[in-house]
Design a protein around this ligand. Structure first.
Ligand SMILES: Nc1nc2c(ncn2[C@@H]2O[C@H](COP(=O)(O)OP(=O)(O)OP(=O)(O)O)[C@@H](O)[C@H]2O)c(=O)[nH]1
Ligand SMILES: [Mg+2]
Length: 464
């Protein structure tokens, strides 16, 4: 599939620094486009008797690289590729310099002076997509892989890069095409008033498709959480030890702790990983009745955090519970009312001082101050995520764009189902099925608009 002509892709050669900005052992510059070898040749002199242009592709070549004024800039290792056997599918080269920002900047100028143009964000990956080296969901996975911060986030991105989403979408497309074909065959013979496709069989196919799309959509909440972090709120009465627990989980004195109730005013958000899962942990202001304006505003934010959290950790001082369990029970009910879908974990803190008397089943007992029992909380949080049925699914949807396309496909499918149910003509059912097909196809980029590509790739960094 070559979209280049259709999308007006130019044939220029692009260059960018592919490594992170700043000092490092290496700085890698990447060049791609039909003039890659020639442009590198203008700046690079291979050691030994065989010049660069006669070297084999995919072989490391040592040599020297010149600044734009012709003076020697660095000793480098150059690697050339010939189309289509490269990341972008074009002729290309990768040059490894010593990792000085000055060298990287100057080398970039040399290559631009030799005829390359500075790449736009994501332009290398965009070219890989346009040249059919990968589909759109895989191109998006490249960005996810770079951004991945945890084992689980990495696994989702890597599976997508290897084609998990692509394969699933292809399967769905095939099923949809087969179903549509049944109907369209019938249309060809419409004069003769035949029904090739049994309505029962069509309905069964449609139901299967709807189930499959719904199952994929169900993985989205988890997919997004694995990628961006599971939103987790530490909630409870003032002085329960929420901020101390945040610090214990982060292993860093991040939030202010004091014996004065009402210490935390604003929410504090930090990322942390447990069991390979990324969590976005929010410390909140202690919840109580108050006339104090700033504290009340803080408590409103606690409520907001509780509503947004996938996991609500209710932190309770064991001493307070033993004196009277009712306020804690009320708070638990309150959290449930704020966010009925949320998962709630009850944590008794300050176990070094006092053990809770008859704690509810499933409650964890720990001491945020000494750290005893904190790893059990981490394990419980990670376990709650991994026992999600979607966790082990081959295909996990982690992109809002994919989820939106699946939702649109689900709508088209239910319209097709309605059309079929109300006995509308096969022609009308086929239109809905074609719509569903188009939505599914947009995920892998079978059907894609230029402005969509621009919006996807503009989110990449330069050099990718
Ligand atoms: N003995 C003991 N004291 C603790 C423990 N955890 C917290 N504390 C103490 O309890 C007091 C309150 O702790 P914080 O972490 O500030 O409590 P908080 O829930 O964030 O309170 P607010 O921000 O006011 O809502 C501090 O004096 C802590 O040192 C614990 O596990 N054991
Ligand atoms: Mg606090």
């Amino acid at each position: 599939m070559d979209y280049r002509h259709a999308l007006g892709q130019t044939d220029d050669t692009i260059v960018a620094v592919a490594t992170a900005v700043g000092q490092g052992a290496l700085a890698v510059l990447r060049v791609s486009g039909p003039r890659s070898w020639e442009i590198v040749n203008a700046c690079f002199c291979a050691a030994g008797s065989t010049p660069w242009l006669q070297r084999s592709p995919r072989t490391a070549v040592f040599g020297t690289f010149a600044a734009p004024d012709g003076s020697l800039l660095d000793e480098v290792l150059a690697l050339g590729f010939l189309a289509p056997a490269s990341f972008t599918g074009e002729d290309s080269a990768e040059l490894s310099f010593h990792g000085s920002p000055y060298i990287a900047r100057t080398a970039l100028s040399s290559l631009i002076a030799a005829g390359a143009r500075l790449a736009e964000p994501g332009e290398f990956t965009r070219r890989a997509f346009l040249n059919g080296k990968m589909d759109l969901s895989q191109a998006e996975a490249v960005a996810d892989l770079i951004a991945s911060e945890s084992a689980a986030g990495h696994a989702v991105a890597f599976r997508q890069l290897k084609g998990s989403v692509s394969r699933r979408m292809d399967e769905l497309r095939t099923e949809l095409i087969d179903t549509t074909a049944l109907l369209e065959l019938e249309l060809d013979f419409s004069e003769e008033d035949v029904e090739f496709a049994s309505r029962d069989r069509l309905m069964a196919l449609l139901t299967d498709l709807q189930t499959e799309v719904a199952q994929l959509l169900e993985t989205f909440v988890l997919g997004q959480a694995l990628k961006e972090g599971v939103p987790t709120a530490l909630l409870g009465a003032p002085n329960a030890g929420k901020s101390t627990l945040l610090n214990a989980l982060l292993r860093e004195e991040r939030a202010l702790v004091s014996a004065v109730p009402g210490t935390t005013r604003d929410t504090v958000e930090e990322r942390f990983t447990a069991g390979g899962i990324l969590f976005r942990l929010v410390d909140t202001a202690g919840i109580r009745e108050t006339d104090e304006t700033v504290e009340r505003l803080g408590i409103e934010r606690s409520q907001e955090a509780a509503r947004r959290a996938a996991v609500q950790v209710l932190v309770v001082d064991a001493v307070v519970w033993n004196a009277d369990p009712l306020p804690t029970q009320n708070l638990w009910a309150q959290l449930e009312a704020w966010n009925p879908q949320g998962h709630r974990v009850l944590v008794f803190n300050k176990a070094d001082q006092e053990q809770p008397v008859s704690p509810p089943e499933g409650a964890l007992v720990l001491s945020a101050a000494t750290g005893a029992g904190v790893s059990e909380l981490e394990a419980a949080l990670a376990q709650w995520v991994t026992q999600n049925p979607a966790y082990g699914a081959d295909t996990v949807v982690s992109h809002a764009r994919h989820a939106a396309a699946l939702r649109a496909a689900a709508d088209s499918l239910s319209q097709a189902e309605n059309a079929l149910r109300t006995g509308l003509s096969g022609e009308l059912v086929a239109i809905d099925l074609r719509d569903a097909l188009r939505h599914i196809g947009s995920i892998t980029g079978q059907v894609v608009a230029d402005d969509l590509l621009s919006s996807i790739f503009s989110r990449f960094c330069i050099g990718k």
